[in-house]
Ligand binder design. Structure first.
Ligand code: PRP
Length: 211
């Protein structure tokens, strides 16, 4: 049987999600050996896992290098990859929000300067509000932008709120809740439906057991 290729997001979320695959019967014990290897397979159950940057999972899946994978809804909204979104895994939960300095007062007559890694999400959010904005695309440490006057607000992920708090920023609006999603390559889903659906169903059952 051909191995099912599964792209996992490297990091804490990936480890949580791997535990779900393991519990679903698709274990790969070598993955728990802590080394720098990126690819692990278990021929017996027919799976090959690989760790990739969380924001790259959808690229592997869209292009078929991975049959399935786990990606954050933030990435799916931002890059709209042509993949099937099979299941909300109810983990990696956070929200996409607009934040600013506590004393920021918005003037709707002015173009709003928005710093973000999520330019498409920010653009469509403000377009839906009919608001003119100027996007400043950054790659990280977005919280600094309003402090230094580079932007009026930021659009970014808020999980615990600690990063904002430590930088004296406050949430002004929530754009959308975010969580991890099981995604599939469209052709793989067509040709390996049974195998992929099995994983999906096992994982859905785990979610139902959750308190
Ligand atoms: C995100 C986000 C914030 C932080 C929010 O960064 O950009 O900086 O998490 O989390 P908190 O509300 O719990 O403080 P992430 O760690 O995902 O990586 P990044 O710095 O590469 O964006």
């Amino acid at each position: 049987m051909k191995m099912l290729n599964i792209a996992l997001p490297k990091g804490r979320l990936g480890e949580k999600v791997y535990a779900m695959f393991e519990k679903a019967g698709f274990e790969c014990p070598s993955i728990r050996e802590n080394n720098r290897k990126l690819i692990f397979e278990n021929e017996e159950v027919g799976v090959r896992y690989f760790w990739v940057k969380p924001s790259d999972v959808a690229i592997y899946v869209e292009r078929g290098a991975a049959d399935i994978g786990v990606a954050g809804k933030d990435i799916l909204l931002e890059y709209t990859p042509d993949v099937y979104e099979l299941l909300d895994l109810d983990t990696g939960k956070c929200r996409m929000a607009v934040a600013a300095k506590a004393d920021f007062r918005d003037d709707p007559e002015r173009t709003l300067k928005v710093a973000t890694k999520f330019s498409n999400i920010a653009r469509s959010y403000y377009a839906s509000q009919g608001r003119d904005i100027d996007i400043i695309h950054l790659n990280g440490s977005i919280e600094i932008a309003p402090i230094l006057g580079l932007s009026d607000v930021i659009v970014d992920i808020v999980e615990t709120g600690t990063t904002l708090k430590e930088n004296n920023l406050v949430v002004m609006e929530t754009i959308v809740p975010i969580s991890a999603r099981l995604i599939a390559n469209k052709a793989s889903y067509q040709f390996r439906t049974a195998q992929i659906r099995k994983i999906m169903q096992e994982m859905a059952a785990q979610l139902e057991e959750k308190p």
